[in-house]
Design a protein around this ligand. Structure first.
Ligand SMILES: [Zn+2]
Length: 165
């Protein structure tokens, strides 16, 4: 069985016992979480968030890109979230390369110019988290958000620690 067939079979079992089909689309905890796509972070489990309770937005690095902002604005404006949590983490792959190097590598490999692709690599995880929070604060469309907080998740211990702003 391939990995894809395996998840299809897992879903069959999941759906057999599924009882949450009548939840409203508005997250009941009014929380939106932006975090990294890292496969080691099981974000709902780590935060004790159940189905229907929060929006989870993920990308490489937990970066407030234009697309993450788009999701956060929709989350707040149309679906009532009031709290944004940005979670970066230890040992993030985004600290293992520099944008220029990856741009050069794939430009050469695929014979196509990648110099305008912004990958948002970083070296300082706390600094990166603060930068993301500043980007959220600088959006006029998120100026009514009740709270924006940043955390670092430790992939070794599973603990989160708040980043001082
Ligand atoms: Zn990461």
């Amino acid at each position: 069985m391939t990995d894809i067939e395996s998840i299809m079979s897992q879903n069959k079992k999941y759906a057999e016992n599924f009882t949450e089909g009548n939840l409203p689309p508005h997250p009941s905890k009014k929380i939106a979480v932006l975090t990294c796509m890292d496969a080691r972070i099981s974000i709902n489990e780590a935060l004790g968030l159940k189905i229907g309770e929060a929006h989870i937005i993920r990308n490489a690095g937990g970066i407030v890109t234009d697309d993450a902002l788009r999701s956060l604005i929709i989350s707040h404006e149309l679906l009532g979230t009031e709290h944004i949590i940005v979670i970066n983490h230890t040992n993030c792959g985004m600290a293992s390369f520099r944008d220029e190097d990856l741009q050069k590598r794939i430009s050469e490999k695929y014979n196509s110019n990648a110099s305008d692709i912004k990958f948002h690599s970083f070296s300082d995880v706390e600094g990166n988290t603060r930068n993301q929070i500043n980007k959220i604060h600088s959006s006029p469309f998120l100026s009514n958000i009740t709270s924006v907080r940043g955390f670092i998740y430790d992939v070794k211990t599973g603990k989160i620690k708040e980043v001082e702003l």
